[in-house]
Design a protein around this ligand. Structure first.
Ligand SMILES: Cc1cc2nc3c(=O)[nH]c(=O)nc-3n(C[C@H](O)[C@H](O)[C@H](O)COP(=O)(O)OP(=O)(O)OC[C@H]3O[C@@H](n4cnc5c(N)ncnc54)[C@H](O)[C@@H]3O)c2cc1C
Length: 293
């Protein structure tokens, strides 16, 4: 599946689920059930993350293989090139191409957190735009790249970050998946600013449901996502020590966020599953009941 063909052909917005490779057998067994439950929603594609520095190289490959060959799903593989040599890159991508992967989402990645003493290869690429420039002439993948409605945490400004996003498009990215944000206005503004500087490719919003307070806060820190006061206030009003109430709040919040995105005419919704299924099943079912999906 080439992402651009999918978006062009689809009559309804594209629905997709992102998985990361499991760390151990227990997590793998759990993920298997999650995949089956989410596959029953018939997503347009699922995606597999890739640990920067090659930290999940084999796990990502095995998960992509399983999703394609055993689960019969359309898969977009991610590739994070941080620290890898050109030879490392081609050895990973050759295997994805052999597997039949047609769409590759390319990110720079960050320094791996749990790989002590990792030393980036001296010939590794500094930015995703350089990775795209390297990959485009060598492979027939439909390529995608990341966009940041709130600006990437390291960027000198949102304007500069958007210029680098345009460079990724100029270097071969045919679609953008946006980092999640809890305020849709921020996403709409990002799209409008992108269009105003000549970025015309589809931009799909990432949706990160609130699964738990600690997880929400930890992810927001890493990803540079703002937690709106309304969300903090909403969570503060829930009964203390009731994780189920937080999950219910997360479902309601994600449903209303997605409802607004869909009414605004987005090309798709890309759900960050965190390898969980219940919240997303509920959100997608509610949106389908309302005939929005
Ligand atoms: C949908 C999505 C999926 C992701 N999946 C993964 C994954 O599977 N694995 C993973 O490790 N990470 C993943 N990430 C996280 C991503 O790797 C990090 O956000 C990373 O810090 C930046 O990646 P990038 O591709 O946006 O980098 P870049 O586009 O290279 O940008 C990184 C920083 O450098 C700046 N910059 C870009 N180009 C230039 C330039 N030419 N000169 C100077 N500065 C420049 C940008 O403004 C930004 O601040 C994902 C992010 C998103 C949104």
């Amino acid at each position: 599946m080439r992402m651009t063909d999918l978006i062009e052909r689809k009559e309804r917005p594209v629905v997709s689920f992102e998985f990361f490779p499991p760390r151990d057998e227990l997590a793998a067994d759990k993920l298997d059930g999650v995949i089956d439950r989410l596959a029953a929603l018939h997503p347009d594609f699922v995606s597999v993350t890739f640990g920067a520095g090659g930290s999940t190289r084999e796990g990502s490959y095995q998960l992509a293989r399983k999703l394609i060959q055993e689960k019969g799903l359309d898969v977009v593989t991610y590739f994070a090139g941080y620290g890898l040599s050109p030879d490392d890159i081609t050895s990973v991508l050759d295997r994805y191409a052999e597997l039949g992967v047609e769409t590759l989402f390319v990110v720079r990645g960050d320094k791996p957190r749990d790989t002590d003493g990792f030393i980036p290869h001296p010939e590794s690429f500094q930015h995703a735009s350089e990775l795209l420039d390297f990959i485009r002439p060598r492979y027939d993948f439909c390529l995608g790249a990341a966009g940041y409605p709130e600006g990437h945490p390291e960027a000198p400004s949102r304007e500069k970050d958007l210029e680098y996003c345009r460079l990724k498009v100029n270097n071969g990215a045919e679609f953008i998946i946006a980092q999640y944000c809890y305020d849709n206005e921020c996403f709409f503004d990002f799209v409008q600013r992108a269009r105003s500087i000549g970025i015309t490719v589809p931009i799909i919003p990432g949706v990160m449901p609130i699964y738990g307070v600690k997880l929400m806060e930890g992810l927001a820190k890493v990803c540079g996502a703002t937690i709106p006061d309304a969300v903090r206030d909403g969570l503060a009003q829930l009964p203390q020590d009731d994780p189920k109430a937080v999950v219910r709040y997360g479902i309601d919040f994600a449903t209303s966020q997605c409802r607004e995105l869909l009414k605004h005419g987005v090309d798709g919704l890309h759900f960050y599953t965190m390898d969980r299924s219940n919240t997303i099943i509920e959100v997608v079912n509610r949106l389908r009941e309302e005939a929005l999906l």
